[in-house]
Design a protein around this ligand. Structure first.
Ligand code: KIV
Length: 302
């Protein structure tokens, strides 16, 4: 069992639904913004009850819940189904749908249509797209102009990890750091309401922060950003292996899940489960009547 510190969970009554103005207010007040991913109804219930601010239905769900070996193959309809399930469990945080690879790059029209599907069909409050090159900036602008809140994502962008040279930190020399900064500023100018900085040196994030007017959420970008995001399955240990360097693990749920199912299997095989407390009773006289009744006769309701 993990030994977690006791934490104060904000009560519903004192919590207001997260909105874009409230998010900006948090940045202005210097209040850290908490973002996490979720992919289904129970994870949505957990993160809502725990009191997070932003919930991303990340395309990381391709790997964490659908078992693909990268985020590239996941289909739009698959992510929409996950986003709908999250919506049913989420009340307070802002829900952001991640546009999957291939669902927004082709044209502004394609990007806007995909964003509309996340909002209209899945009930997302906002969408996120990856990259800060010309194409992504144009798509972010088109989505924002269509009236949908859009979040940017620079640094390590897993959908295009191949062209970035693999899953590795970005911005680790002056030119690469300048590129991250250029892209972040371009997305901000295009109308993004917030942006993710993924896997960049802490000092680079810190140097860019004074120029960011929109909330910046870091993942492997150090402590200078306005908030942090982690993948649900990484922080709770519902995975094999430890994951990226920036992950801090707060539980080992996969171990607990395996132990729980193994104990159940053991109980069934040893006939310890079900016990008398797990069964239903019938009044003795009814049982007597049943036993004495004609066997094999037509079933009749009492
Ligand atoms: O898909 C995802 O989980 C993400 C976060 C890591 C920001 O994009």
């Amino acid at each position: 069992m993990s030994t977690l510190p006791t934490v104060q969970i904000p009560q519903d009554a004192s919590r207001l639904p997260m909105t874009l103005p409230r998010l900006t207010e948090k940045k202005d007040l210097g209040e850290p913004i908490v973002m996490v991913t979720a992919y289904d109804y129970p994870s949505a219930l957990a993160v809502d009850t725990a009191g997070v601010d932003l919930v991303l239905v990340g395309d990381s769900g391709a790997m964490t819940v659908l078992g693909y070996d990268s985020t590239v193959p996941v289909e739009l309809d698959e992510l929409l189904m996950l986003a709908k399930a999250v919506r049913r469990g989420l009340k307070i945080p802002l829900q952001i749908g991640d546009l999957p690879f291939g669902s927004y790059e082709v044209s502004d029209e394609q990007a806007v249509q995909t964003a509309f599907r996340f909002v209209k069909e899945a009930g997302c409050d906002a969408v996120k797209l990856e990259g800060g090159g010309e194409t992504s900036v144009a798509r972010a602008r088109a989505i924002s102009n269509a009236g949908i809140a859009v979040m940017g994502h620079v640094g390590l962008t897993p959908q295009t990890a191949t062209v970035l040279g693999g899953y590795r930190a970005q911005g680790r020399n002056a030119e690469a750091a300048a590129r991250v900064k250029r892209e972040a500023l371009a997305l901000q100018e295009a109308g993004c309401f917030a942006i993710v900085f993924e896997a960049i040196p802490s000092a680079v994030a810190e140097a860019i922060m004074p120029e960011m007017n929109i909330p910046v959420i870091g993942i492997g970008a150090g402590p200078a950003t306005d908030g942090q995001v982690l993948v649900f399955h990484d922080l709770l240990g519902i995975r094999e292996g430890r994951g990226a360097k920036f992950v801090k693990r707060y539980a080992d749920l996969l171990d607990e899940m395996i132990a729980g199912v193994a104990a159940y299997a053991d109980d069934v095989r040893a006939r310890r489960y079900p016990g008398p407390e797990h069964g239903y009773s019938i009044p003795p006289e009814e049982l007597e009547r049943f036993r004495g009744a004609a066997i094999g006769g037509p079933a009749r309701e009492a």
